[in-house]
Write a protein that binds this ligand. Sequence first.
Ligand code: ARG
Length: 329
Amino acid sequence: MSSARNHPARTADLHAVPAAAPLAAQQPAQLAWGRHYAAVRPDHFRVEYAINPFMHLDDQPDPALALEQWERMVATLRGLGAQVDVLDQRPDSPDMVYAMNLGLGYVDARGHDAMVMSHMRYAERRHETRSAEPFFAAAGRATSFVGADGVGPHLEAGDAFAFGDALVVGYGPRTEEDALAHLARTLEVRVRGLRITHPGMYHLDLAFCPLDERRALVCPSALDGPSADALLDLVPEPLVLTEAEALSTFAANSVVVGRTVVMPACPPRVRTRLEEWGFEVVIVEVGEFHKGGGSIRCLTNPLDVTVGRDLPRVEGGDVVLPGAVEGVA
Ligand code: ARG
């Protein structure tokens, strides 16, 4: 036995990353989705009613500044190589700028573009679908409905994200639990439900942002105890945001294109971790839109989540709720 093998440095050597290993081999896979978005040009954006705690009728956005911020956001995404399709805003729908909530776009297991249209919780937002559905249908998407005009379960697509083995869907303030089984059957995927209890994080996209195959920004304080545990179990490497960070910076309401995270703001601690993980942080100021309760993720709607690539196909679909024992019917 050589003396070197008993040297204390041996243990450390075993854990050292070989210097020659390519960076890609050490990195979890990038998200394959997030290269194609829909967005709504804010020509009629205003705060006309208050349906979330951020909205105040006496704090109106400046229309010119809002348009400038939105244009910079779209240019940033296009500059990163993403496709952004633009819809016109209906004059009767001041919140339509939050395109994330128009519907859940996806590519089905046979490779066909599809979208489950949202059925908004508040009547004030339901007109949006009347323009969104024909727009997406004309673009070649097979559209379907979980409910409409107040009949059937509510679904707001800002509550739904592909991550891990499932479509992760927040329910409570906006999306209703009954929508989950519908999504599971329609997409033929597993849906993992998370119960949102925080009134300020009324959509999952204010508290959860997938970063890559293993990592996500998560704010467990948006959820009840079992759901917070379920989310932390689902994400192998969570970057946990405090309630104050999520609410005051909208940091979870960000968009990821490959290894770039386009964020409205980034607390220094969060930036350090993202950069250690190999992400580049790009800040785009969209403060006018915070007055309506949404930020970069809310202003964009990813259309390229693909069943069989980003989400395993599950014949007939299934729904897993926190607290339920998996594998037991
Ligand atoms: N005022 C909009 C609403 O309350 C804001 C939507 C924010 N969008 C989002 N995906 N979180 O519905």
